[in-house]
Design a protein around this ligand. Structure first.
Ligand code: GTP
Ligand code: MG
Length: 196
């Protein structure tokens, strides 16, 4: 479990991120999928990462120092339709150069909305991670929003697609930032990842 969480810095330029002298985990996923909310749930600090009902809230690379030991990073979402082509290109470039160039990145949490059937944009993103050798796990979000049966169905369908692409299953978690579910499992996994 995370005991202490502090905001460090926000950046647009991956080159200006804090010195990469400790383990780092980043959260990514479609705009509005619940990245910032999950970070707040896991750290137990309600407004550590800024959240909003409107997609496109997080626009920078945000570093948080966890337990004085490792960095947790909140990223802008991909696939947000309502920003200009220019802005979208800029964000995508920022995110991809961060993900491929950060030497201390030990894992990326790719968040997937458990309410939806597999979305092409998410599959393209995980495929890209595979191609670039970016190590990732899947975190399904917003499990409180529908029945467990519906969640299970969407999770299963997404995992099947992953199996088709990669030939095996990634690690995955099912969470609700609203209800706190999945917190123990994800926290234990984070502990392990940053201790390696
Ligand atoms: P961007 O920064 O815009 O890319 O979004 P984000 O992925 O950081 O999403 P954010 O955490 O801001 O959450 C988006 C909306 O979804 C907010 O209104 C949250 O309250 C809501 N939300 C996030 N997680 C959950 C969840 O597990 N359950 C429910 N019911 N709502 C959630
Ligand atoms: Mg956000």
């Amino acid at each position: 479990m995370i005991r202490k969480a502090q905001f460090v810095v926000s950046n647009t330029d991956p080159a200006k991120c804090p010195k990469p002298d400790r383990a780092e985990i980043a959260f990514i996923g479609r705009s509005n999928v619940g990245k910032s909310s999950l970070i707040n749930m896991l750290t137990g600090v309600k407004e550590l990462a800024k959240t909003s009902q409107r997609p496109g809230k997080t626009q920078l690379i945000n570093h948080f120092l966890i337990d004085d030991r490792w960095f947790l990073v909140d990223l802008p979402g991909y696939g947000f339709a309502k920003v200009s082509r220019d802005t979208k290109d800029k964000w995508e470039k920022m995110i991809s150069s961060y993900l491929t160039g950060r030497p201390n990145l030990c894992g990326v949490f790719v968040l997937i909305d458990s309410r939806l059937e597999p979305q092409r944009i998410d599959l393209e993103f995980v495929n890209w991670c595979g191609e670039e050798g970016v190590p990732f796990v899947i975190v399904f979000t917003k499990a409180d929003k529908q029945s467990k049966t519906q969640t299970d169905k969407n999770v299963k369908a997404f995992l099947k697609k992953m199996e088709d692409i990669f030939g095996d299953l990634p690690d995955y978690f099912v969470t609700s930032a609203e209800k706190g579910s999945g917190k123990e499992e994800v926290s234990a996994f984070l502990d392990e990842l940053v201790s390696e």
